[in-house]
Design a protein around this ligand. Structure first.
Ligand code: S2G
Ligand code: ZN
Length: 412
């Protein structure tokens, strides 16, 4: 494990790795979920957490430059001190690092309003697999049309083209107020209808889907009474943030939705909002409390969400009988997380069947967690030979000795 303290040291490591043909596995908070940050065959881990510089917040252009090793929570605090906020939020905020979130184009809870990490990155500095240090738009010019979009290419490259060392990010004005609500609906189709209506609310920045089975498991795990009683078949956790009349907007949307929404729990204070979020954020930990968790992180066209959810339970039960199943996720982006908990390592092919169903419905086998090593075999199936050949050509150009995260995203 090497812990470089500067971009120059990262570049020296890459040059040495090229000379000695040693694979490098860049690591930030090690919160990846598809094995993209795990050495498997003698690679050297490059731990980037010492690159923890927090640059001054540029309050004129609402931007900041931070080191790759800065955690999301540290960035959120740093922006908060300047009365600003960062658009991407996710449960692993205390350990996930900005460099890793760029490398995986992390999505999280606010994609439906602000996009994923790629939409927040204005520029970055990275050491490519060639050993070259590239600084692409370090001053965060909003308009810079000078050649290929290197930040966009490196974002989501999962450490396979180079190592991100610092990032120039967009920030947002901190919302004056936040309103959170849990809407009980009859099913996924009603949840999609409710979302369509709620998109009219200017401050909508989160819309998460929860199902009765998952909420029941969470309630038992946390020892809490159901957040809506009786527990509805399906619930949408929505959050509005901004400085308008958020409660009024939400109320008007609920009036328009009428009987589609059977019951609602609303919170317009931080503690109340946290209590509602706990029901969503506890899902991954509850899955983990029931065994070894096999995860499918899929995107499905919103119109296909109801048939997808209808088919998942029987499809998983046929392959992993009796295995606890939690289906939840980012309704606003059509991105659901299917978690199957089994006693042993074998999921009976349940996740592969879920991924195949996602493709059949015009979806993606990886919405936000990336390909890593877990989904390499699915890349060709989803993207096709020409696209994978193109990616391999890009990799050959930027990482000619194949030392950058070998075996991740593309076959070694
Ligand atoms: C989520 C991350 C947690 C997990 O909860 O939104 O992206 O383990 C997931 O799947
Ligand atoms: Zn997620």
């Amino acid at each position: 494990v090497l812990r470089p303290g500067s971009t120059a040291e990262v570049a020296a490591i890459v040059r040495l790795a090229r000379t000695h043909h040693v694979g490098l596995v860049p690591q930030g908070g090690n919160t990846g979920l598809v094995g993209g940050g795990v050495p498997r065959a003698g690679e050297v881990v490059v731990d980037l957490r010492r690159l923890a510089r927090l640059g001054p917040v540029d309050t004129a252009s609402l931007q900041v430059t931070v080191g790759a090793g800065v955690t999301l929570a540290a960035l959120q605090r740093h922006a908060g001190h300047a009365g600003l906020a960062f658009a991407v939020d996710l449960g692993a905020r205390d350990t996930a690092t900005i460099g890793g979130m760029v490398a995986t184009n992390a999505g999280g809870l606010h994609v439906l309003r602000h996009g994923a990490m790629r939409a927040q990155v204005l520029g970055l500095e990275a050491v490519l697999g060639t050993g070259d240090i590239v600084a692409a738009n370090p001053t965060g010019l909003v308009k810079d049309n000078t050649g290929y979009d290197l930040p966009g290419l490196l974002c989501g490259s999962e450490g396979t083209l180079g190592i991100v060392t610092s990032v120039r990010l967009r920030l947002l004005p901190a919302p004056a107020r936040v309103v959170t609500a849990l809407l009980g609906v009859d099913g996924v189709a009603a949840a999609v209808d409710a979302l369509a209506e709620l998109r009219g609310c200017a401050g909508l920045h989160a819309a998460e889907l929860l199902l009765a089975d998952g909420m029941a498991l969470v309630g038992r795990h946390l020892g809490l009474p159901p957040p809506l009683d009786p527990l509805p078949p399906c619930a949408v956790l929505v959050e509005l943030a901004g400085d308008g009349d958020l409660l009024g907007q939400l109320g008007a949307a609920l009036d328009r939705l009428g009987p589609v929404v059977r019951a609602t729990a609303v919170a317009d204070d931080e503690a109340g909002g946290a209590r509602l979020w706990r029901w969503r954020e506890a899902h991954p930990e509850v899955a983990a409390a029931h065994g070894i968790v096999h995860k499918a992180d899929v995107s499905i066209p919103l119109t296909e969400l109801p048939p997808f959810v209808d088919q998942v339970a029987p499809l998983v039960a046929a392959r992993a009988p009796g295995a606890p199943l939690l289906v939840y996720g980012h309704l606003g982006d059509g991105n659901l997380h299917v978690n199957v908990a089994t006693a042993g390592d074998d999921d009976g092919g349940a996740v592969d069947a879920v991924l195949a169903l996602a493709l059949d419905l015009g979806g993606s086998v990886s919405a936000e967690h990336g390909i890593g090593v877990a989904k390499v075999s699915w890349l060709l199936r989803q993207r096709g030979a020409a696209a994978v050949r193109t990616m391999a050509a890009l990799k050959a150009a930027l990482d000619p000795d194949g030392i950058c995260n070998p075996g991740v995203l593309l076959p070694a």
